[in-house]
Design a protein around this ligand. Structure first.
Ligand SMILES: [Zn+2]
Ligand SMILES: [Zn+2]
Length: 207
């Protein structure tokens, strides 16, 4: 106890002369406690109903009603915040659900762009042209008809500076009377195909 000092006067306390604050447990001289002799006797009883509080704690107690009011207000606000939080979480869930619905079409759109660029790319590399309005051969055999088609195409391409050897061509669709099926012609290069497509209007046998 010798190292303890009085909360009020900061002087050393003796083993017998002190009283303990029931709130902060700090020690004070009996005279510094400002208790009357009767009060002091009651406070020092082992079984007692009277409590002792130092001046600091007494001052603090005055703040109690205000603190309780503030605390209650905080609790109210906390409750309101919890409600808001719950609503926000619900909204977030809704947004997430919406987002998953939105991002799927966006992904498709991106794929669509890929597809379009792929088509453009393929077209630039395409070596095929379609020739219309070429009379169907009256030959009875497939080989004969192909031969006639080949000659017709070579004839059409007469004025075009393209490689006409071993032309790959075939009629699109099934034979039917009074119908001229288009011919798909595969050229040796994309340049030749482009050249033909650019100049095709000079011939009126195909469009
Ligand atoms: Zn003192
Ligand atoms: Zn105290």
């Amino acid at each position: 106890m010798a190292t303890e000092q009085c909360l009020k006067c900061k002087m050393q306390l003796s083993d017998s002369d002190f009283v303990i604050c029931d709130c902060c447990n700090e020690l004070l001289h009996e005279k510094c406690s400002e208790l009357s002799t009767t009060e002091m006797r009651s406070v020092l009883l082992k079984k007692r109903s009277l409590m002792f509080f130092c001046l600091t704690c007494k001052e603090n107690f005055k703040q109690f009603p205000k603190l309780i009011k503030n605390f209650n207000e905080l609790m109210e606000r906390n409750k309101a915040l919890e409600e808001t939080n719950k609503e926000l979480l619900q909204k977030l869930d809704n947004y997430k659900e919406l987002e998953s619905k939105i991002t799927t079409p966006i992904a498709n759109q991106c794929n669509m762009e890929d597809v379009i660029s792929e088509i453009i790319d393929r077209q630039s590399r395409a070596t095929n042209v379609i020739i219309f309005n070429v009379n169907e051969s009256s030959n009875n055999t497939k080989v004969g008809r192909l031969q006639d088609d080949r000659e017709a195409v070579i004839n059409i391409l007469e004025d075009y500076a393209v490689d006409k050897t071993d032309l790959k061509l075939f009629r699109l669709g099934k034979i039917s009377p009074n119908k001229m099926r288009p011919i798909k012609l595969t050229l040796k290069s994309a340049e030749e195909a482009k050249y033909i497509l650019r100049n095709k209007l000079v011939k009126n046998t195909w469009n």
